[in-house]
Design a protein around this ligand. Structure first.
Ligand SMILES: Cc1cc2nc3c(=O)[nH]c(=O)nc-3n(C[C@H](O)[C@H](O)[C@H](O)COP(=O)(O)O)c2cc1C
Length: 176
């Protein structure tokens, strides 16, 4: 089975998941910028194509690239890997997964969530400022839910909740 993993990653968590997947599948993982330079023939003989993007404000970064390409990839196993700072059991994960695949794509592809983390030291300045402001807002919010409070506290510092175990359902789907 030939698989191609394409990813967008700012601080490395999505890249790590893409590399784990590539390792297990004996596949290549390439950043989106590189994939965009390839012609359509590069993807033609692939049996499986995965796009991994990090979650920004509930949306998958560059998810539209995958959505535009997918109709031409009918018959292949297609998956979207979404990597965010929220734990896997967060109430927001379902919405992220729902929104990740637009109507037409739902029959063609499946979306999976893998928890990443926060790496302030590797974030670009605008991202760092936004995240810090968001974290402070969560911590200070009146009537915050228990989950919002705990998220606000988590986001005060960098953390890593990524784990290779989260790729298992994706492997099962691709190889099934
Ligand atoms: C501006 C901004 C918005 C974000 N929004 C979300 C979000 O809505 N949900 C979430 O789970 N994580 C969110 N995150 C956290 C990133 O998705 C998380 O740090 C992810 O692991 C980054 O992946 P990367 O290392 O591949 O760049 C946000 C991060 C930034 C900088």
């Amino acid at each position: 089975m030939k698989s191609i993993i394409v990813y967008s990653s700012q601080t490395g968590f999505t890249r790590k998941y893409a590399e784990w997947l590539a390792q297990e599948l004996g596949a290549v993982s390439i950043p989106l910028g590189e994939a965009q330079k390839k012609g359509d023939e590069y993807f033609e003989d692939a049996d499986a194509i995965v796009y991994g993007g990090w979650v920004m404000g509930g949306k998958i970064v560059n998810g539209e690239w995958f959505a535009q390409k997918a109709p031409a990839w009918k018959g292949k196993k297609l998956a979207m890997l979404c990597v965010g700072a929220s734990p896997e059991d967060s109430a927001t994960v379902d919405t992220v997964l729902q929104d990740a695949l637009q109507d037409g794509l739902r029959e063609e592809a499946r979306a999976f969530y893998c928890p990443g983390g926060i790496a302030y030291e590797r974030m670009k300045l605008p991202s760092r400022l936004l995240m810090k402001a968001f974290a402070a807002m969560m911590r200070n919010k009146k009537d915050a839910s228990a989950e919002e409070k705990s998220m606000g506290e988590m986001l005060a510092h960098s953390y890593d909740i990524s784990d290779k175990k989260y790729i298992l359902p994706i492997l099962q789907y691709l190889q099934g």
